[in-house]
Every structure is written in C-alpha cells, then in structure tokens.
Design a protein around this ligand. Structure first.
Ligand code: NAD
Ligand code: 3PG
Length: 314
C-alpha cells in the first residue's frame, strides 16, 4: 500500500467515501490534520512521510517537492482543474510524475456563475439579508433578457457558462486567446482583450490563471467597462486587481460583484468587500457538489494509482 496525503478541502469533506475505492487500487489515504490549506512549512514537515499527495489549493512549490522527495514522495495529483498553485516544472525536473483532473466539474462551476448572475441581477441576496433582518426591501433589479454578458475563458467552465447565459436569453461575447472560432456555439460573438469588456452588463471570469493574465482586470480595464457593470469571478482571484475592483464598487462604476474566489483566501476579515451589501460571495466552493467531488476524487485516485502501476501511466 502507498501512503497518500490528501490536502484538498472538497475531497476531505467526503473523505470516508474514498478510502475503500483507494485501497482497492493500492492507496491508503490519509487526511491532512494541520489545517485545510497547509503552508509551505507545514507541507515540508509532513509530506516526506508519504508516497503520494492529492493536492488542493496548497502552495505546491519547488521547495515542497524537493523536500518531500528527500523522504518518500514519488508521485502527486492536483485534485481539480486549476494548476496555478503547483510547480509542474519542478516536478518535471525532479522526475515526479504529476497530473491534474480536468473536465470533472465545469457544469457545477458554471452553475455557480449563473447563480451569481441571476442573484446580482435581481439582488436576491440583498433582499434575503433584509428580510432576515426584519425588513421588506424591494430593490428594482434588471432583466437578463437581451443583456450583454462577456465570458472570459472558453474552456470547460466557460463553455458550460455560455450555454447557460444563452438559455437565459442573454447576448454572449467571449474572449479566449487559446480558442479559435465559435467554440461550437452558433454565431458566438468574439472580441479581443480589453475591448471585450466595453458595453457589457455582466463580465464573467471563467479562465485559467497563468503568468500572462495576473490582474488582467485592473483599474485601466475597469475604466473601459460600462458604468453599472456587474462582475462575476468563479475562476481565480488574482485575475482581478481586487483593490481596483473595490475602488470601482465604492465609486459605483461597478454596480456589484459575485466572487467565489479572491486574491487572498479565506477573504481577510478586514476586507472592505465584506461590507458591500450588493455583492455576493462564495468560499471557493464552486466545484463542491456531492456528485462532482465523487467524480473528481475517483479520477484523482485512479490517476495517482496509475503512476504506481508497472506501466506508470497516471
Ligand atoms: N471556483 C472554483 O471552485 C473553481 C473550480 C474549478 C476551476 N476553477 C478555475 O477555473 C479555471 C478554468 O477551468 P476550466 O475547467 O474551464 O479550465 P480549462 O483548462 O478547460 O479552460 C481554461 C481556459 O482559459 C483560457 N485562458 C487562458 N488565459 C486566458 C485569458 N487571459 N483570457 C481568457 N481566457 C484565457 C484557456 O485558453 C482555456 O481555454 C481553472 O483553471 C481554475 O483556476 C475554479
Ligand atoms: O481548480 C479547481 O479545480 C478548483 O478551484 C477546485 O479545486 P480546489 O478546491 O482544489 O481549488
């Protein structure tokens, strides 16, 4: 049996469900005990005792892999899609096989993006908070029919998001430098960056974070947005300059935002965002459905077990 450390929060949430599935494939799963997101130092302290690692949002840095390899670590899998926290180049240099689990829950994350769009349009959460507080608020929302929404990123999540936005009767314009043509959507309007943000009622981020697009939505790009735009991010916090977004929300240039991800997670207690009533926040939980987590966790376990098989295929 290979000893495997699991540090991924959604998988930890249903941990017991996966113990037997993993054991049948030669893996003994161990729950990370320190915190749900371990620090680099914590990882360096515990990982050398394990043969493998199912990675969550932790800092999977070169130092962590080098330290772990001096112990027992020989393979790893990034649970989920985003790999911005994982130094794949270091793994290649060190000869540690590693892979992620793409295409496992694009629909689920797109559902959250859609919930944010509808919630922001109708101020559902503002109303909910008001009713709970003993009030009876009646803010006028905006209709979604024929409104323009920009979808930034046409990967798995982005495509599911386009489907959902179109089903709401919205006009979709998409930006993704890695995808050509209409991405399988009849007559899909495409635009360049940052022109794509102009004249939108909603701007929805669904793209991967990489070394080219840190703060792609900064103060300059925000200034190009239509006054009153509503912004949604279900991808990664650092795509947006959060300080610039806060300033735009405070000035009213951006009407509201729905954010599942932040520059710093968990969102700091003193973040001005916490006081912004029109906004909706998630806890980087877009992928977390019972079904989606089972799907991704089985995939992660199967791929990791594959690295230890004679053929060594993850
Ligand atoms: N909120 C959550 O819980 C949650 C869950 C899953 C994934 N994510 C994030 O969402 C991201 C996208 O997931 P996916 O399954 O669609 O990944 P994917 O790999 O299928 O697609 C990513 C797309 O982003 C595009 N892209 C890269 N740079 C871009 C840019 N500057 N502008 C526009 N598009 C750009 C790529 O060309 C690609 O088509 C993940 O990388 C991850 O960071 C968040
Ligand atoms: O990148 C992903 O797939 C998602 O963000 C979910 O994974 P995480 O909860 O490990 O970030």
């Amino acid at each position: 049996m290979k000893d495997i450390l699991v540090t991924c929060p959604p998988m930890l949430g249903q941990f017991d469900r996966f113990v037997e599935f993993a054991a049948e494939r030669g893996l003994k799963l161990h729950r990370a005990e320190v915190t749900q997101i371990l620090s680099e130092d914590e990882l360096c302290a515990v990982l050398p005792d394990y043969d493998g690692w199912i990675i969550g949002d932790d800092p999977a840095t070169r130092r962590v892999f080098e330290t772990a390899q001096k112990g027992r670590l020989t393979a790893a899998v990034k649970w989920g899609i985003g790999v911005d926290n994982v130094d794949f180049a270091a793994c290649k240099d060190l000869g540690i096989p590693i892979i992620n689990t793409p295409m496992m829950f694009g629909a689920e994350v797109a559902d959250v993006a859609t919930a944010f769009v509808i919630g922001l349009a109708r101020e559902l959460f503002t109303i909910d908070r008001g009713v709970r507080a003993g009030n009876w608020p009646k803010p006028a929302g905006i209709s979604l029919l024929d409104k323009r929404v920009g979808v930034i990123g046409l990967g798995d999540i982005g495509r599911h998001t386009v489907t959902r936005m179109r089903a709401l009767g919205m006009q979709v314009v998409a930006y993704d430098p890695g995808v050509e043509g209409d991405a399988g959507f009849d007559g899909l309007e495409r635009a360049a960056w940052p022109e794509a943000v102009e004249d939108l009622d909603f701007l929805v981020f669904t793209c991967a974070l990489n070394k080219h697009n840190f703060h792609m939505l900064d103060a300059d790009v925000l200034a190009r947005c239509k006054p009153g735009v509503r912004i949604v991010n279900v991808a990664r916090g650092p795509l947006i300059d959060e300080a610039a977004l806060i300033a735009a929300l405070q000035s009213g240039h951006v009407y509201s935002a729905g954010l599942d991800v932040f520059e710093e997670e968990p969102l700091p207690m003193d973040s001005p965002l916490r006081g912004m009533d029109r906004c909706i926040f998630g806890s980087h939980n877009g992928s977390n459905t019972i079904d989606g987590v089972i799907r991704a966790s089985h995939e992660a376990i199967t791929r990791l077990a594959g690295f230890y098989s004679p053929e060594g295929e993850g």
